[in-house]
Design a protein around this ligand. Structure first.
Ligand code: ATP
Ligand code: MG
Length: 366
């Protein structure tokens, strides 16, 4: 990945521009962590970049950024710039292209995100970002209060990056978050959820939750149940406890899982009917939250004679045939009866046994 990135820098430089890797990739590289994508900053304008990478360019160009995909790596190439007037503490409304790397680094959020790498793999450290990396601490570039007031999303980035890397937040950052946290109301729930997902799925999620509570962000984020959350290695299981389906965005599938988890929390997860109706996944999550062993739940689940209705050893057509009737609503009633009796172990789920039962109980009613 580094090789491909350095080649890309060289290609931009061959065309007469300056280009550096910046931000997360350099930070994570120095920490020995693999990155998913690479941010590049350059004095080349987006149209220059498109000319250079005619073969690889995507049409996406937002706020002076061009995305290039090479060997399944996503490179986000952004022209050096200075930002002005932030709209409602979110994205800057105006910016100006500039030619100076140092000036570009000043608009960035944290010192650890100002580290750069040049085309030869040499690290450039204008703002002592390396020192913070070594000391495992997060400081803003310049005044923290100003940084968070300009763009409140940086508050969540600070907590997320501190969580994922298991870093401290500097006292100045914490104080500034206290003073600006009300601005989080301006940020969309979608973006807030993306950062929260990263916090909750981190190995250090407990630290992340501790930070959110310590800074009083649970209130600003409308997560009143955060303090009672039990950590699970499943995001849906965490969101189910937070009970914010009406506030944060979820897919229909997630919504229905969350509803089922919440229902099953009130039921007995070792009961065969509950296991059958809600399935292993939902019951295992609920069991974990209640301190019931997952192994016991799996064992009981595997004891079920059928796991779903289509495992019943006869189908609708066979029922109609044996009764000599045309198919109709009565088939569903018979399948309901079979399902109940099989689950309660009153009938064995065997083709012949079921046919005999149907003949005996429903045949004579003809
Ligand atoms: P990761 O990619 O692991 O999420 P990252 O720090 O690379 O972390 P990106 O969103 O890829 O995050 O941003 C790339 C760089 O752009 C950051 O390292 C930082 O220098 C700068 N940056 C991103 N978001 C902001 C922001 N809201 N305010 C100021 N600078 C930002
Ligand atoms: Mg990045």
């Amino acid at each position: 990945m580094l090789d491909t990135a350095l080649k890309l820098l060289n290609r931009i430089e061959e065309n007469g521009f300056k280009a550096y890797i910046v931000g997360g990739f350099v930070r994570d590289y120095l920490l020995g962590i693999d990155s998913l994508d690479v941010d590049i900053c350059t004095d080349a304008r987006p149209k220059d970049i498109r000319d250079i990478f005619q073969d690889a360019c995507l049409p996406k160009e937002e706020y002076g950024s061009v995305t290039v995909n090479i060997k399944n790596i996503r490179f986000e190439i952004t022209t050096f710039r200075k930002e002005y007037t932030y709209y409602q503490h979110r994205k800057p409304l105006e910016f100006e292209y500039i030619d100076d790397l140092r000036e570009d680094l000043k608009r960035r959020d944290f010192l650890i995100n100002t580290l750069c790498m040049d085309k030869d793999g040499v690290i450039l450290d204008f703002f002592d970002g390396k020192k913070d990396l070594d000391e495992r601490i997060i400081h803003t570039v310049g005044d923290s209060f100003l940084k968070f007031s300009e763009d409140a999303f940086r508050i969540l980035r600070a907590v997320r990056i501190a969580t994922v890397l298991n870093f401290q937040l500097s006292e100045e950052v914490k104080l500034a978050i206290f003073r600006t946290k009300h601005l989080l109301k301006e940020i969309s729930y979608e973006r807030k959820k993306e950062e929260l997902d990263k916090i909750f799925s981190s190995v250090y999620a407990d630290y992340g939750i501790h930070l959110l509570l310590e800074l009083g962000l649970d209130q600003e984020l409308e997560l009143s149940k955060l303090k009672d959350v039990i950590l699970l290695d499943d995001l849906v299981g965490i969101w189910a406890q937070l009970d914010v389906v009406g506030i944060y965005p979820f897919t229909n599938n997630e919504k229905s899982l969350i509803k089922n988890i919440q229902t099953v929390l009130r039921l007995n997860n070792l009961n065969h009917r509950v296991l059958y109706q809600y399935g292993l996944y939902v019951n295992s999550l609920a069991a974990q939250l209640k301190g019931i062993s997952k192994k016991d739940v799996s064992y009981q689940y595997n004891q079920l004679p059928i796991k779903s209705r289509n495992e019943i050893a006869v189908d609708g057509l066979e029922i109609a045939q044996i009764l000599g009737r045309t198919p109709g609503k009565y088939i569903r009633d018979i399948l309901d009866d079979l399902e109940n009796k099989i689950l309660d172990l009153e009938l064995v789920n065997d083709h012949q046994v079921l046919l005999d039962y149907i003949d005996e109980h429903y045949g004579s009613t003809q």
